[in-house]
Design a protein around this ligand. Structure first.
Ligand SMILES: Nc1ncnc2c1ncn2[C@@H]1O[C@H](COP(=O)(O)OP(=O)(O)OP(=O)(O)O)[C@@H](O)[C@H]1O
Ligand SMILES: [Mg+2]
Length: 252
């Protein structure tokens, strides 16, 4: 179990004033959670994910981890230990699909045989074994995002935690819906823990156990929704639409 505590996070602007982005923002991430974060553009969602992934340590607050989920938290450095899928397509265009997945494993000096097993297992998981020698430009946008998920999982993240920054926003509606279902299948099969940023209320309602709604700058959490609709969720279901409407009312 993780806890993120941000008392404040600011960036210096070019005219030397401070842009206060996040303030008194705290939440837990439980094992096998699925948390979506929604909020206005520019409110600090990417900043939260970058802090979680350990790319940005320049904030007042801490990242905490409770190894036994018993509320005994210790500070920890998450860099390289959790999976991160950034806001833009992130595959290296000059590397094959297989080499993209191996990238983090090479950095960690994982033996070749173990790498081979990981690549096979993950390509099998997303049903893309026959694409291993392809280059990113030779596969579709949806497939690229599946490979980005493989790459995030390849490093064997702590508590199977991956953070995803609007991973499906560049996809057409049909591909997006299919990938949401694929992601839920992978989440369940691999017992993943996911923190997911999206602007799409329908997507947040379809996927999440919990949704955190952020305010404008300096952003804090104004509302947390627990979504208990069992899977598979139907987008036309009454309860689904009620949650969607409630979420929308907090964004306007
Ligand atoms: N490296 C940086 N240097 C200076 N300011 C930054 C930096 N990164 C983000 N900011 C500022 O912090 C604020 C939050 O940015 P962030 O990218 O986290 O927003 P976001 O909620 O992810 O937006 P979007 O929904 O458009 O992706 C913005 O005002 C942005 O200008
Ligand atoms: Mg962003």
């Amino acid at each position: 179990m993780f806890k993120i505590q941000i008392k404040s996070k600011s960036f210096q602007t070019p005219d030397n004033t401070m842009n206060h982005v996040l303030q008194n923002l705290e939440f837990n991430i439980k094992e096998h959670d699925f948390i979506s974060i929604i909020g206005p553009s520019g409110c600090g969602k990417t900043t939260i994910l970058r802090i979680l992934a350990g790319f940005d340590n320049d904030f007042d607050g801490s990242l905490l981890y409770s190894p036994n989920s018993d509320n005994n938290y210790e500070k920890f450095d998450s860099l390289g230990k959790i999976g991160y899928i950034p806001q833009e397509f992130s595959l290296f265009p000059w590397l094959t699909i297989e080499k993209n997945i191996r990238f983090g494993l090479n950095i960690k000096n994982i033996p070749k045989k173990e790498q081979d097993e990981t690549v096979d297992r993950l390509l099998d998981l997303v049903g893309m074994k026959e694409y291993r020698k392809h280059l990113p430009k030779e596969i579709s946008g949806g497939m690229k995002q599946k490979i980005a998920i493989c790459r995030a999982l390849a490093i064997n993240p702590m508590s199977n935690l991956i953070v995803m920054d609007e991973p499906f926003s560049a996809l057409d509606a049909q591909t997006r819906n299919a990938l949401q279902q694929d992601l839920l299948d992978i989440w369940r099969k691999q017992k993943l823990t996911i923190v997911f940023v999206t602007h799409n209320i329908d997507e947040a309602t379809f996927l999440s156990k919990r949704v955190l709604v952020l305010t404008k700058l300096p952003a804090k959490i104004i509302k947390e929704f627990n979504i208990e609709i069992p899977h598979p969720r139907s987008r036309t279901n009454l309860e689904f639409n009620k949650i969607r409407k409630d979420l929308l009312s907090y964004l306007n």
